[in-house]
Design a protein around this ligand. Structure first.
Ligand SMILES: C[S@@+](CC[C@H](N)C(=O)[O-])C[C@H]1O[C@@H](n2cnc3c(N)ncnc32)[C@H](O)[C@@H]1O
Length: 278
């Protein structure tokens, strides 16, 4: 395994994550043997604004039943299960972190979605799929861990059929460029954080053979989401047991740094849809 991959795996790996999630599900009063995907939403959407962001991006990408979707950097599978349940898609998740793939597969079986959603361990820079296998490549909050973005988008282009769409939800570099406050949820230090500004992303995607269909800067919505979270934190009833599980025990520090980085214009958050043109 190359250094970059080992750093990603080290950052995210948690061998007992599945057991911890099932425990948290029980603590939330749900039956882990009769789960519906919505029971997992507090734990399994590992990106800013949770399932609201997933729903919005799916609308922008005009997802519909039976589209073959590849979720790149699928984590523990929350977005993949959401797209299958809410939009009827067939979803394959690809993730570098073995513990996450195992947990994603276990949770998917427990929600009865294994016939529509599956997971493969692998690298977004060398996707284990044939040319043109997918109608949609979907990715949320994974590109921030990937330095070689030209290769990421070349691979996304290759596995899409001509006319297929790339839907992305990512944290980008903001106008204030003198670094970030660490740790943040996707990286403990600059070693694992590779952010580019919006114009550079657009240029890369155009060079990779994509045409822009939709672009939404969600930074203000994220700022409002953080404000709401701060207000709710004052009410003990709003504390969701297990919310911290995927991010780790220092999740408050990581989220507070993320909030601060965004308010200080070090970061922007974007959702966009691009179409493969050739
Ligand atoms: C912040 S999590 C987001 C998970 C998921 N997309 C979600 O929104 O719930 C980032 C994920 O990207 C994965 N990842 C990072 N680099 C990757 C790579 N080169 N190939 C595949 N997955 C990668 C990590 O293992 C991790 O699961």
């Amino acid at each position: 395994m190359t250094d970059a991959k080992a750093v990603v795996e080290r950052h995210y790996s948690q061998a007992d994550l599945g057991d911890k999630i099932l425990e948290a599900v029980r603590a939330a009063g749900k039956d882990p043997n009769a789960l519906v995907p919505a029971d997992l939403t507090p734990f399994d959407q590992f990106h800013l604004r949770g399932d609201a962001a997933t729903r919005e991006l799916a609308g922008m990408a005009e997802l519909r039943p039976d589209l073959a979707v590849l979720d790149v950097g699928s984590g523990i599978g929350g977005p993949a299960r959401f797209l299958a349940t809410e939009f009827g898609c067939r979803v394959t998740g690809l993730d570098l972190t073995e513990d996450f793939c195992r947990t994603a597969t276990m949770l998917t079986a427990r929600t009865g979605l294994a016939d529509r959603v599956s997971f493969r361990q692998g690298d977004a820079l060398a996707m284990p799929f044939a040319d043109g296998d997918f109608d949609v490549v979907w990715t949320q909050h994974a590109a921030m861990n990937i330095a070689d973005k030209a290769r990421l988008y070349a691979e996304s282009h290759r596995v899409l059929r001509p006319g297929g769409r790339l839907a992305l939800n990512d944290v980008l570099a903001g106008p204030k460029v003198d670094g970030l406050h660490f740790p943040v949820p996707w990286a403990s230090s600059a070693e694992l954080s590779f952010l580019i500004p919006p114009d550079a992303l657009r240029d890369l995607l155009t060079s990779a053979g994509f045409r822009q269909c939709a672009w939404r800067d969600c930074t203000d919505a994220v700022i409002a989401w953080f404000q709401e979270m701060r207000a709710r934190r004052d009410s003990a009833a709003a504390e969701v047991p297990g919310r911290h599980l995927v991010v780790g025990p220092d999740f408050r520090t990581r989220l507070a740094n993320l909030d601060r980085n965004i308010r200080e214009e070090r970061l922007r958050v974007v959702q966009a849809v691009f179409e493969r043109t050739d």
